[in-house]
Design a binder for this molecule. Structure first.
Ligand code: WQD
Length: 325
């Protein structure tokens, strides 16, 4: 099989590329290398392209036809909540416009199978213990809104062009399947903690007065390798006969608080960490834990790594960090 992986030079995309190559599949990575690295695409063909540009539809359609691609996995998007609030236009143009170009190219090249990188951010701040896909999305920032709009676009493409699509709503992704594919951006809790410690600084907890056992926010941390396997399972699901659902949460069903994550880092590194307690961060829900029932039942996927594995893989990757190119 041949798969076009758009954003495949990025943190999550490159893990999926690695798994597809390990399966003996042909992979064409499409990436503008604005945040991804060429080194992460080793073994795949690379088409350096910004899919948000006007001529991207024609170039993508040509790549799909000439490669005989069977499916597309679309990762390429901006993903910073705060940035999306400050610069919504960029998120609408790039996240939504880029996906529109990808779907237009798939329709033109008659490629039917599309897996889309969505996010738990579509849910906003749900007040439930476990988030299921039946919960009505209520995104509270432009980033989450672009992901929810993306899911609508997939549904429209299914109806218009008989496409088969899956949107995966990622919960909190962390860790590294291979050290060289580690997340090099310092935008989420685990890399922020590790980066602070490397710089001799103390991590800051954004609020300890939430209605949770230790007062800090709880999230569902999923190992990036487990998440990558969910994409492989999604491709297999699309090639099956029965496809009752198009949207799947991807998480572990287990929650970890900020303090529990910090404690896990301290255990793995064999150090003591006494974090600073700072003010709450606007927009943070107290807890966001996913129900993994639907993906387990229909894709046969469950996470295999817990918080300790996630943290250990991230710590080991940082210890081996080389300057990616
Ligand atoms: C996790 C928890 C913070 C840093 C975001 C996006 C979401 C998804 C995952 C893409 C929160 C707390 C953090 C720090 C802290 N991305 N924290 N001190 O906000 O749950 O989700 O990333 O799909 O869409 O919204 O992840 O890693 O930013 O924060 O206390 O220095 O850690 O308040 O409770 P978040 P995060």
């Amino acid at each position: 099989m041949t798969t076009l992986v758009i954003g495949g030079a990025g943190y999550i995309g490159s893990h999926v590329v690695r798994l597809l190559l390990d399966k003996g599949e042909r992979v064409i990575v499409v990436d503008d290398l604005s945040t991804g690295f060429r080194s992460r695409t080793e073994g795949a063909e690379l088409l350096e392209l910004d899919v948000t540009l006007p001529d991207a539809v024609e170039k993508l359609a040509f790549a799909l036809r000439s490669s005989g691609a069977d499916s597309v996995i679309h990762f390429a998007a901006h993903k910073q909540v705060g940035e999306s609030v400050e610069n919504p236009e960029m998120y609408w143009h790039d996240n939504v416009g880029g996906l529109a170009n990808v779907l237009a190219a798939c329709a033109s090249a008659d490629v039917r199978d599309v897996v889309f990188s969505s996010s738990a951010a579509v849910y906003g701040v749900p007040d439930v213990d476990l988030v299921t896909e039946d919960l009505a999305p209520q995104p509270i920032n432009p980033y989450g809104a672009t992901k929810y709009v993306g899911e609508w676009m997939l549904a429209d493409a299914e109806r218009a062009h008989d496409m088969r699509t899956v949107a995966l709503r990622y919960f909190n992704v962390a860790g590294a399947g291979w050290p060289e594919l580690a997340d090099t951006q310092v935008m989420n809790l685990v890399p922020i903690i590790l980066n602070a410690l490397e710089k001799g600084r103390t991590p800051t907890v954004f609020g300890d007065d939430y209605d949770t056992p230790d007062g800090t926010c709880i999230r569902d941390y999923v190992h990036v390798l487990d998440l990558a396997h969910a994409h492989i399972a999604a491709l297999d699901y699309l090639r099956g006969e029965e496809r009752p659902h198009r949207v799947f949460n991807v998480g572990t069903g287990e929650g970890s608080s900020v303090l529990e994550v910090i404690d896990a880092v301290a255990r793995v590194k064999g150090i003591d960490i006494t974090p600073e307690i700072g003010p709450r961060r606007a927009g943070d829900p107290a807890r966001l834990i996913c129900s993994g029932d639907r993906i387990a039942q229909h894709l046969g996927w469950k996470s295999e790594h817990g918080l300790e594995d996630i943290v250990r893989s991230a710590v080991e990757a940082r210890a081996q960090a080389v300057d990616p190119s």
